[in-house]
Design a protein around this ligand. Structure first.
Ligand SMILES: Cc1cc2nc3c(=O)[nH]c(=O)nc-3n(C[C@H](O)[C@H](O)[C@H](O)COP(=O)(O)O)c2cc1C
Length: 327
C-alpha cells in the first residue's frame, strides 16, 4: 500500500475515536489511492430523536475533524471538499492529502488529546474554568468556523428550563423511549451505544439537568453541583446540512482544546433536537445565530475516577479500502 494510502487509512482509523450522538458512530469511510471519502450511515440515524439528521451530521463532522487531526499529526497537508448541498450516496466530504512535511508539535498534541477525550457526566468541581482558558476555547472554536456563546447567570436558568422542556417532550414520545432503550445501557459488546459504565449511578444534583437516559449507570456522579460550571451554546450562521457538518468539526476542535486544558465538556443536544426549545436557544443568542449544541464546561473533581472509554465499531466495519492494486 502506498504511503499516502496508509496515512488515509490511519486517519479514518483515528476518526473512530470521535464523539457521536448516543455513540451511534453514523459514518463510513472509503479510502481511495489519493483521497478519503466520508459517508453518512442512514441505518445508524436516530429517527425519533434526530429526524432531520442534524445530530448525525454534527457527529460526522466531529469524525471529519478527527481525520484531519490525524493527517496533521503525520505532517500531511490536505484540502477538504464539502459539497454545499448533500446528495444521497454522495460523500459528505472528501479529504485530499498534498505534501508531507515535518509535523507541528500542536498537531501531535491534538492527536494525543483525541485518544484521551471522553464524555464525562460526573458533576464538576467547585473551581471555575479560568477566564483565560475560556478565551482560548472560544478562540479554538472560532478558528474552526463556529462561535461559542458563554451564557450569563440568567441565561443558565433559561437553559435549564429549555433542557427540562425538551426532556419532557422526548419522555412523552414512545418512539424516542424505544430508541433510548436500543442505544443505551448494558455492556454494548457490539461496539455501539452508551454502556452503563459511562453513565452516572445516581442523578447528579445540578441546575441544568443532565440528559435522562432512563437507565442507571455505574459511575459515581460525585458530590459536587454545577454551580461553578460554565454553560455555552455552540452556534453558527447557517442551518443547512453542510452547516451541521461544519458544526461537528468545530465541536471536535473545541473538545480537543478543552481536553488539553483539563476542562471536561458535556454536550446537551436535547434542547436542539426539539424545535420549540431550539427556538428558545436561538433567542438566547439574541436571534443572530443558529444553535447547534448546548455545552457544559467544567473542571473535574480528581477525587472520583473518570468513566472508562465507550466502545467503538471495529475498523473493518467503518473503513473500506477501495481500488486495491491487483497482485
Ligand atoms: C452531536 C452530539 C450530541 C450529544 N448529546 C449528548 C447529550 O445530550 N447528553 C449526553 O450526556 N451526551 C451527549 N453526547 C455525548 C455522546 O453520548 C458521546 O460522545 C458518545 O456516547 C461517545 O462517548 P465518548 O464521547 O466518551 O467517546 C453527544 C455527542 C455528540 C457528538
Amino acid at each position: 500500500m502506498s504511503e499516502v494510502k496508509q496515512a488515509l487509512v490511519q486517519a479514518a482509523d483515528a476518526a473512530r475515536f470521535a464523539p457521536s450522538i448516543h455513540n451511534t458512530q453514523p459514518w463510513r469511510w472509503v479510502v481511495r489511492a489519493d483521497r478519503l471519502e466520508l459517508f453518512a450511515v442512514a441505518e445508524r440515524q436516530l429517527r425519533a430523536h434526530d429526524p432531520d439528521a442534524r445530530m448525525l451530521l454534527v457527529s460526522c463532522g466531529a469524525a471529519l475533524h478527527h481525520a484531519q487531526v490525524a493527517l496533521d499529526a503525520e505532517g500531511w497537508s490536505h484540502t477538504v471538499d464539502r459539497p454545499a448541498s448533500l446528495t444521497p450516496d454522495a460523500p459528505l466530504a472528501v479529504l485530499t492529502p498534498g505534501e508531507q512535511r515535518p509535523a507541528e508539535a500542536s498537531a501531535t498534541r491534538h492527536l494525543q488529546m483525541l485518544q484521551v477525550r471522553r464524555t464525562d457526566r460526573r458533576t464538576v468541581s467547585e473551581e471555575e474554568v479560568p477566564e483565560s482558558v475560556l478565551d482560548e476555547l472560544v478562540k479554538a472554536t472560532e478558528q474552526a468556523g463556529a462561535g461559542l456563546h458563554v451564557l450569563g447567570r440568567d441565561q443558565v436558568l433559561d437553559l435549564a428550563v429549555a433542557v427540562e422542556r425538551a426532556q419532557a417532550a422526548e419522555a412523552a414520545d414512545d418512539r424516542a423511549a424505544a430508541e433510548l432503550a436500543t442505544w443505551v445501557g448494558g455492556e454494548r459488546p457490539e461496539g455501539t451505544g452508551i454502556p452503563s459504565s459511562a453513565l452516572p449511578a445516581e442523578v447528579p444534583l445540578t441546575t441544568v439537568a443532565e440528559r435522562d437516559f432512563q437507565t442507571a449507570g455505574t459511575v459515581a456522579a460525585g458530590e459536587g453541583h454545577d454551580r461553578s460550571a460554565t454553560y455555552a451554546v455552540l452556534y453558527g450562521t447557517g442551518d443547512a446540512e453542510a452547516d451541521w457538518l461544519r458544526a461537528g468539526e468545530s465541536l471536535s476542535r473545541l473538545w480537543l482544546a478543552a481536553t488539553e486544558h483539563a476542562v471536561s465538556l458535556l454536550p446537551f443536544s436535547g434542547p436542539v433536537e426539539i424545535p420549540f426549545t431550539r427556538e428558545a436557544l436561538r433567542r438566547m443568542l439574541g436571534g443572530t445565530g443558529v444553535p447547534y449544541l448546548a455545552i457544559r464546561l467544567g473542571l473535574q473533581d480528581p477525587a472520583h475516577a473518570a468513566p472508562p472509554h465507550t466502545p467503538r465499531l471495529p475498523a473493518t466495519q467503518v473503513i473500506e479500502i477501495a481500488d486495491e492494486e491487483k497482485p
